[in-house]
Design a protein around this ligand. Structure first.
Ligand code: HEM
Length: 223
């Protein structure tokens, strides 16, 4: 590469370091999981992949959900620029999680899977959560955003359902320790609170001049 080319590439990397970090970490994680699956001589490699992709997928989905409040609190627009990539990687890891479950635990036997969904609430809840993520992933491109207009925003509110369901899925697994799912639950609850308080603040700010004008008019009429 020429010196000019180097400088352009360096400038781009400096401006987009957050994108580079997200893609770099997620792709490296996929390679590490593939390495463990193929070469680490684990007793049950597919179960290892299933469990790790579940946790990593959830972390990425929560991270994507955290981007909007983070951008506001930290005054950093970069968080908005990585929101979609984090969400899509989250979806990819949970899709691998589901694939590993269908393959490793059930050998793609549909009857077995349906029976499991019927018997274990956690599995049914996880499936609903994952199903809600599918339209979000499919319409995540700018083209779909433009095509759907206002409806895109409404559709993407499905994440408000999908994320709590994913945490509930984790919480309801038959485990002795529930500290980690509770931590995820607390983080998601805080993120919801941040969004709700922001909405309330905005709507109060919109209404305050109208309320003041009404009060002023009322007082003037009384006099
Ligand atoms: C939004 C989608 C989902 C997310 C974020 C998610 C996340 C997780 C997490 C964090 C764990 C715990 C991993 C660990 O302990 O290391 C887990 C476990 C598990 N998940 Fe999911 N999951 C999702 C959907 C599903 C679906 C659709 C299924 C299958 C129908 C499924 C099946 C399982 C199974 C079998 C386990 C292990 C249970 C055990 O301990 O034996 N998950 N998942």
């Amino acid at each position: 590469m020429t010196k000019d080319g180097d400088a352009v590439a360096l400038n781009w990397a400096k401006k987009n370091w957050h994108r580079v970090v997200v893609h770099g970490v997620c792709i490296a994680t996929l390679f590490i999981l593939a390495y463990y699956y193929l070469f680490a001589q684990l007793a049950t490699p597919i179960r290892f992949v299933m469990l790790r992709t579940g946790t990593i997928g959830l972390i990425l989905l929560v991270a994507s959900f955290a981007c909007t409040p983070a951008a506001r609190i930290l005054h950093w627009q970069g968080a908005i620029q990585i929101r979609r990539a984090l969400g899509l990687y989250g979806f990819l890891f949970t899709a691998i999680h589901l694939f590993a479950y269908a393959w490793g635990d059930n050998e793609f036997d549909v009857e077995l899977i349906l029976r499991d969904l019927d018997e274990r609430r956690a599995m049914l809840i996880g499936t609903i959560g994952f199903a809600l993520l599918i339209p979000l992933a499919l319409t995540s491109t700018r083209g779909w955003q433009r095509r759907l207009g206002r409806r895109w925003k409404i559709l993407h509110r499905l994440v408000y359902l999908a994320l709590p369901l994913a945490v509930l899925h984790y919480l309801l697994l038959d485990r002795d320790f529930i500290q980690l799912p509770l931590v995820f639950g607390a983080v998601v609850a805080i993120l919801f609170l941040l969004r709700i308080t922001r909405r309330l603040n905005l709507s109060m700010r919109d209404r305050t001049p109208k309320i003041l004008a009404f009060l002023l008019q009322f007082l003037l009429v009384q006099h």
